[in-house]
Design a protein. Structure first.
Lengths: 122, 576
């Protein structure tokens, strides 16, 4: 079983410290079976560009540093303080359908407001 | 006695199942490997097509009186179906608005499909409702035509499957929380009154087309190259290779749904031709006649200077402008008529791979990128301006765009349908046991092809370990230097054969290498010659298993012999 969760840290350094605590070998490579993706500072407002692709205004980035983890098993509860939940639309995922389903169901249970029910009317 | 007969472990990748890669020897199964990859992936299959994960996200996909809710309708099983079974259902509405429905929680590009046939009514409404609006439309089961449509669905169609049955489908970019509904209808845009239709085998799946039906009961079902399915890849070969790749993310959020990209100087047509996947889900870009850039673009949240973009492209019939351009700052040109690369501006490195049937994977590596955006367009000539006067003609087909950040080479295609997606690393571990491996008289032979070289894949690619998982001997990947070497894990990872034991491994080039253990003396062979000097191991090995990590390579053959070979036999063994 794999568990997909999203986390937010105050800085890249704080995230790296937490990740390294999961275990690294003598060469600095992870020696655990969790998959981690650094999303970094998320784009909160897209930049603008001219026809040549030159940047007109820079994108606005979040001050928090984000990572996604696909845990090998249950999520590490010591990370719960950094957990973040968001509407599961347009956000990064791992390509595991079963893990996405579990995360979506957990998200819906905690945040039903992200899942407004459609009208019964045609 | 042949090398094969002498081998205690032989892995010529051919037999796999979920979580397992089978070795030919030993026949006891002790040489089989445990395979893991905690995500879906893609491969090129034996037919030369890109193969993905398949799925049906609906529950009780052909049991319409369970899990499905209803309103003013009855559902009766045991009806004659499209497939010769009696597994179809009679869906009868008893009052206006009668229907069945199922709640779904998905988002992004999906295709809904159901087989349907006229009953007392010839029409039905097939719909996904969400807070973002309705998607879908009416279908005429007497003609196979579609009627009134809702929303801005990407495609809607019927397929005549005989006997009055049609597979009716629509594709839409849908919201998170939705309901899929099936209404028998009295006519186009008319769900009043009563009457019936026949239905069978409903499916909801990611992507632009309905693929083969997958039956579900109490949970969604995935097939194809889903989690933990090893990949036997047939790219450029009729013989498969075991593909072992590192973790990668496709940062382009819609890799196939090009209508979600920004468009200039032309128009797009969905599902216009057969893609490298072997199904009709490629987009057509048609130039207009303006003097403008004729291209489409999308941003990607890629922030590092090294970025690799790739897209599958094919020249459209009748195209007069035949050079595909990819632009992430500097522009590069690809000759879609002849399947060769053109020029590239700046420090951009480009390549092109034949994907069959006129399709090419165009690959663009920008080592000095300053933006995440990618522009894909058409030009009249190599180096020609993108902002030309358009031909007004179909220009090119596109499929499978990808952006991989902080890397220098592309990996296999990662489909995305509304968000960036990460494919997790492949691992193939724990082949063999103490009976398989001799520590003093042995040969370890590997037929390997490295698919790329960058700093993310430095380290052990293959290793021989003891029962405590401690590395005894490793095949080490270096980067950025394109080389590999055997290292002695019992002696501070000394390079076996010294500096001369280092083996050059150009990307995408097959090489045969072998390590000979004869008492305390070890020798490295590659490409039919001994590499480096004889190596004397100071400490005996204790090998009980072989591991392979996803460092970006293909394996065509691995053999371990519990006997040694002459140097001439080693030369013959490693000669291509």
């Amino acid at each position: 079983m794999r568990t997909f969760r999203k986390y937010s840290f105050g800085s890249k350094g704080a995230a790296t410290t937490k990740i390294n605590a999961l275990g690294v070998d003598e060469e600095g490579n992870p020696n655990h079976n969790h998959a981690i993706v650094h999303l970094g500072n998320l784009v909160e407002q897209e930049g603008t560009y001219d026809e040549e692709g030159n940047e007109l205004t820079a994108p606005v980035l979040s001050s928090t540093y984000h990572i996604d983890v696909l845990w090998d098993g249950e999520a590490d509860s010591s990370w719960d303080g950094q957990l973040v939940w968001m509407k599961p639309m347009g956000v990064h995922t791992f390509g595991s359908s079963s893990a996405i389903r579990e995360w979506t169901e957990a998200c819906k249970a905690l945040h039903p407001e992200f899942f407004p029910e459609p009208s019964e009317e045609l | 006695m042949s090398i094969y007969d002498k081998s205690s472990l032989v892995l010529i990748p051919s037999g796999t199942k979920t979580g397992k890669v089978y070795s030919q020897k030993p026949v006891s199964g002790d040489g089989d490997f445990t395979f893991t990859r905690s995500s879906a992936a893609t491969r090129v299959n034996a037919d030369g097509f890109i193969e993905k994960e398949t799925s049906n996200l609906l529950l009780q996909s052909n049991t319409f009186d369970t899990t499905w809710g209803n309103a003013s309708s009855t559902e009766t099983s045991g009806q004659a179906g499209y497939d010769g079974t009696n597994n179809a259902w009679l869906l009868n509405k008893t009052a206006t608005g009668g229907r069945i429905q199922q709640s779904i929680v998905v988002s992004g590009v999906h295709t809904a499909s159901v087989y349907a046939k006229s009953g007392t009514l010839n029409w039905f409404l097939f719909l996904i409702t969400s807070t973002g609006g309705d998607e879908g439309g009416y279908f005429d089961l007497s003609t196979g035509n579609t009627g009134t449509q809702f929303g801005s669905q990407i495609d809607i169609k019927t397929e005549d499957v005989g006997g009055g049955w049609y597979r009716c489908s629509f594709t839409a970019n849908i919201n998170t929380s939705s309901t899929i509904r099936i209404y028998p209808a009295n006519g186009d845009n008319d769900v009043s009154g009563s009457g019936s239709i026949y239905i069978q085998d409903a499916q909801l799946e990611q992507g632009l087309v309905a693929r083969d039906y997958i039956e579900t009961t109490t949970t969604a079902v995935e097939g194809g190259i889903t989690d933990n399915v090893p990949r036997l890849d047939y790219t450029d070969s009729s013989c498969p290779a075991l593909l072992l790749e590192p973790q990668r993310t496709n940062l382009i959020v819609n890799s196939e749904y090009f209508a979600s990209w920004n468009l200039s100087g032309g128009s797009l047509t969905a599902n216009a031709t057969t893609s490298p996947e072997g199904v009709q889900n490629a987009y057509l870009y048609t130039e207009d006649t303006s003097t403008n850039y004729h291209r489409l673009n999308i941003g990607a949240s890629a922030t590092n200077s090294n970025k690799v973009y790739s897209v599958y492209a094919k020249l459209a019939d009748g195209a007069v402008n035949k050079w595909l351009t990819i632009d992430n700052g500097p522009t590069a040109w690809f000759d879609l008529e002849n399947g060769v690369v053109g020029s590239a501006a700046g420090s951009v490195v480009i390549s092109i791979e034949d994907a069959g049937s006129g399709w090419y994977r165009c690959i663009y590596h920008n080592p000095a990128s300053t933006t995440g955006a990618i522009y894909i367009g058409i030009a009249a000539s190599n180096g020609g301006a993108g902002n030309h006067t358009g031909s007004g003609l179909p220009a090119f087909y596109a499929y499978g765009a990808q952006c991989e950040d902080n890397v220098t080479y592309p990996t296999s295609y990662i489909p995305t349908y509304g968000s960036s997606v990460t494919r997790v690393v492949d691992s193939c571990l724990d082949g063999g046991d103490s009976n398989v491996f001799d520590n003093d008289t042995a040969v370890w032979f590997i037929d390997i092809e490295r698919i790329g070289t960058d700093s993310a894949v430095i380290g052990d690619s293959l290793s021989l370990r003891d029962s405590s998982n401690v590395r005894q001997i490793t095949l080490w990947f270096d980067a950025p230097t394109k080389q590999i070497r055997f290292r002695d894990g019992k002696n501070s990872f000394t390079t076996i054969g010294s500096s001369g034991g280092v083996i050059s491994t150009p990307d995408n080039t097959r090489i045969k290498i072998a390590l000979k253990i004869d008492g305390t003396t070890l020798k490295v062979f590659a490409d039919g010659v001994q590499k480096g000097s004889d190596y004397t191991r100071p400490t005996a090995f204790d090998i009980t298993q072989m591991d392979m990590e996803g460092k970006g390579y293909k394996i065509r053959n691995i053999q371990f012999l519990n006997s040694t070979l002459t140097d001439q036999e080693m030369i013959d063994l490693t000669t291509l």
